[in-house]
Design a binder for this molecule. Structure first.
Ligand code: ATP
Ligand code: MG
Ligand code: MG
Ligand code: MG
Length: 469
């Protein structure tokens, strides 16, 4: 069996042999894009190269890039633990051409690596193309010999990539693995596609046009290639399992979580172990890259992820902080590929333990309040927004944690009511601040907070409750 670490190396070796410069992963906090919370794709560190602002490091490059998708445009937080294929933290394997090779070689490389180098069964691969991209369709036919019905036209934005309203853009082609008819789901584009039978493993982006104001405005002078393959998904395929959470890395983390809690990852407990394993990775890597838990911006996203995992640890009956005790298992699995993890191990452990100790002080009380407030509620009902706000404000429950806690009972949360309560508190804080005679600064402060996203702002310190830190 190829380990995840072997697969990463094998991918980079393959592209290095095809003249790609091997680039290390960039940190999760983007250095070149203030609008982006975390690096969420392998191409992010190369954005300025694709737009022509920076000269390419080489005509071709390859990398295994750390990614976090837990907020903003790509938010997979709610999927974690409930789909076979989503994580908040994952690694994206990529090959890039900066005006060098284009569509034909990109497809050829992908097909050769998957089917010759790695020996995957050709009849279990299906691809999509953008509906107007006849060139890609013809190339898949020529290179891979795929029959027409396994080259599926997609007309939605899923198969058309753009950097923003202005800049490079172009059609994509996604490669799917059929995990077999014992799993519910249909091919991409079919009404049953939401199942997990056909899993997207690799996305090839053909940067071909330039957009301005959201409209295509001509051809890109030097067409480029950006591809991304989730290592956890390809590891599942190559290790013969359906679920990312059954691959070597996750088995080790979930095993550690099972032995420390004494609870097997079965039935209704499975999702908790998965959430813990996933969130351990995202929180540890974020801390290693310099993010610390706080009440705003990136630090609050980190805190949300941490606390969510900590509620699941509590659910498994952990009587004392758990997360930091799982860290050695993560360092064993990933410390060699990512030395920053090993270097920051003490800081990560300390941060996790401190946060969990702090949060546990109010967690019990908060959960009790939640139980009382939902005692009369049933499937399809909603928790009043004001209660969710109280949980947030007094007990330090991030909004999504409350949502997650009620998910198994099919109870929703009144988001509008929560937002209204938040806005009211902000208004009160703003008034109090203005009264302090420092109005000019406060405008700037509140504007920043608002840009970071309304619910991530937790109010002025004077109104911070017991649960906040
Ligand atoms: P999906 O449709 O399954 O959500 P996506 O189209 O959003 O995936 P891309 O943005 O194309 O994903 O990212 C490139 C690759 O990265 C995907 O083909 C997949 O292998 C992997 N990937 C994307 N999101 C995740 C995630 N949350 N967890 C693990 N792997 C992911
Ligand atoms: Mg997605
Ligand atoms: Mg997709
Ligand atoms: Mg995709």
């Amino acid at each position: 069996m190829q380990s995840t670490n072997d697969i990463r190396q094998s991918f980079l070796d393959y592209f290095a042999a095809a003249d790609h410069a091997v680039r290390p992963s960039s940190p999760l906090v983007p250095h070149n894009d203030p609008t982006l919370m975390f690096v969420n794709a392998g191409m992010v560190p190369f954005k300025n190269v694709f737009t022509g602002l920076e000269t390419p490091p080489a005509p071709r490059a390859t990398s295994a890039q750390k990614c976090v998708r837990a907020g903003g445009k790509h938010n997979d937080l709610d999927n974690v633990g409930y789909t076979a294929r989503h994580h908040t933290f994952f690694e994206m394997l990529g090959n890039f051409s900066f005006g060098d090779y284009f569509k034909e070689q990109a497809i050829e490389h992908a097909w050769t690596l998957l089917t010759s180098e790695w020996g995957l069964a050709k009849d279990r691969l299906t691809v999509t193309v953008y509906h107007t991209d006849d060139e890609a369709r013809a190339l898949w036919k020529k290179i891979a010999g795929l029959p027409d019905e396994r080259i599926i036209d997609i007309a939605t934005k899923d198969n058309f990539w753009a950097m923003g309203d202005d800049g490079p853009c172009g059609p994509c082609s996604e490669i799917f693995w059929d995990h077999g008819d014992h799993i519910a789901g249909g091919p991409p584009g079919s009404p049953e596609e939401d199942g997990d039978r056909f899993v997207e493993i690799w996305n090839l982006v053909f940067m071909q046009f330039v957009q301005s104001g959201g409209e295509i405005d001509g051809a890109l002078p030097s067409p480029s290639i950006d591809t991304g393959m989730g290592i956890e998904r390809i590891a599942a395929v190559m290790q013969g399992v359906h679920d990312n959470y059954d691959t070597d890395t996750f088995k080790a983390l979930i095993g550690a979580s099972e032995s420390l809690t004494g609870v097997a990852a079965e039935r209704e407990r499975q999702a908790s172990h998965r959430v813990i394993a996933d969130h351990l990775r995202s929180t540890s890597f974020l801390i290693a890259d310099g993010v610390l838990p706080s009440n705003e911006g990136r630090g609050y996203v980190l805190r949300r992820i941490m606390r969510r995992a900590m509620r699941h640890a509590h659910l498994l009956g952990a009587n004392e902080p758990l997360m930091h005790r799982l860290l050695p298992a993560l360092v064993t699995e990933m410390g060699q590929a990512y030395p920053e993890l090993t270097r920051a191990q003490a800081l990560i452990a300390e941060t996790l333990e401190r946060e969990e100790t702090q949060f546990r002080r109010t967690l019990d009380k908060g959960l009790k309040l939640l139980d009382e407030a939902t005692g009369d509620l049933g499937e399809g009902d909603e928790l009043p927004g004001e209660t969710a706000f109280k949980l947030y404000d007094t007990y330090g429950f991030p909004y999504d944690l409350t949502e997650d806690a009620l998910r198994s009972r099919d109870i929703g949360v009144d988001r509008a009511g929560f937002d209204a309560a938040m806005a009211q508190q902000k208004e009160a804080a703003r008034a109090a601040w203005k009264g302090s005679g420092q109005a000019a600064d406060s405008e700037v402060w509140f504007d920043i907070a608002e840009r970071e996203g309304g619910t991530e702002f937790t109010g002025y310190n004077a109104t911070v409750g017991e649960g906040q830190v």
